[in-house]
Design a protein around this ligand. Structure first.
Ligand code: ATR
Length: 274
């Protein structure tokens, strides 16, 4: 029997998830079929129900439906609850739709295991206070950093986001202008959507140095302006390809009960992207 999965989003044509999951199927010798499904805000919930009705095991949910997906699920994991968004739905044997969020786990796995940057006692700066930022807060704080500071164009949103998670560790929030005069951060994560428009947040050079990892959650063939800026400050820069792969591995684990060896997937994916 083939276990079927899909990724639901709008637009969806460029999603790499099918490639990643088919590769995982090969690596773990599981027979899976992973497709793309386009939906609209109006028919998203019905699309998930139809997918479940067809006998499929699960689906991923991507922009702009991650928040909507919370209401489609009958149970939520702790991460999904905290994140207020779902990127993985598991059609459980008991017939219930269980929502998970593997984005934060994927980001942390990429930073710690692939980029070899431990987060414990480190100063982390998270840029942005939208859904993407919220989704990674709890897994970052679970690594016990010295500080997780959220900076956002709209300062009040960063302050609010920080307050939602202040029971989990040392977290603060503010505007970009407050970063002026701040000491170097060990890890700077760009969770704004500004890279997609070819821009970058206004950041002072003082916050990045050779000891910093600058992580852009978007991915593409070329460095984003944020990555180029961080390199000019001496930092190491990477894009979100590793996060994509690691969050997919966490989803695969939920559905198939085995976590693929992601390291073996990277060479093929880089080849496909180039
Ligand atoms: P996502 O779900 O991908 O996080 P979102 O919830 O729309 O998308 O959040 C977008 C984030 O990118 C926000 O933090 C937004 O800042 P505001 O809260 O001030 O809107 C940020 N963002 C978008 N365009 C930006 C720009 N040109 N400069 C700086 N930040 C920007």
């Amino acid at each position: 029997m083939i276990n079927r999965y899909t990724v639901i989003g709008q637009p969806i044509a460029h999603s790499l998830s099918p490639v990643v999951h088919q590769l995982f199927g090969e690596l773990t010798q599981r027979r899976i079929l992973y497709t793309r499904t386009e939906a609209s805000p109006e028919n998203f919930a019905q699309t998930v129900l139809d997918w479940q009705q067809s006998g499929a095991r699960g689906c991923n949910v991507t922009a702009p439906f991650k928040e909507l997906a919370v209401d489609v699920c009958e149970r939520l994991s702790a991460n999904a609850q905290r994140a207020g968004s779902v990127n993985t739905i598991h059609m459980h044997r008991d017939g219930k739709r269980v929502g998970h969020n593997t984005d934060g786990l994927g980001l942390v796995a990429d930073i710690v295991a692939n980029q070899r940057r431990p987060l414990e006692s480190k100063r982390i700066l998270l840029l942005g206070a939208g859904g993407a930022a919220r989704g990674v807060m709890a897994p970052l704080l679970a690594k016990k950093p010295a500080l997780l500071h959220v900076a956002n164009r709209t300062a009040s949103k960063a302050e609010h986001l920080a307050s939602l998670f202040d029971d989990l560790g040392p977290v603060s929030g503010g505007g970009f202008e407050q970063l002026e005069g701040e000491a170097v951060f060990d890890v700077i994560i760009n969770a704004t959507t500004v890279s997609m428009n070819g821009g970058m947040p206004p950041l002072p050079d003082s916050i990045a140095s050779h000891q910093s990892l600058a992580y852009d959650m978007t991915y593409g063939r070329q460095d984003t302006p944020f990555m180029s800026w961080s390199k000019s400050c001496g930092a190491t820069a990477c894009n979100g390809l590793g996060m994509l792969v690691e969050q997919a591995a966490e989803s695969f684990l939920i559905w198939e009960g085995v976590r693929p060896k992601t390291r073996m997937a990277f060479p093929r994916l880089r080849e496909l992207l180039s």
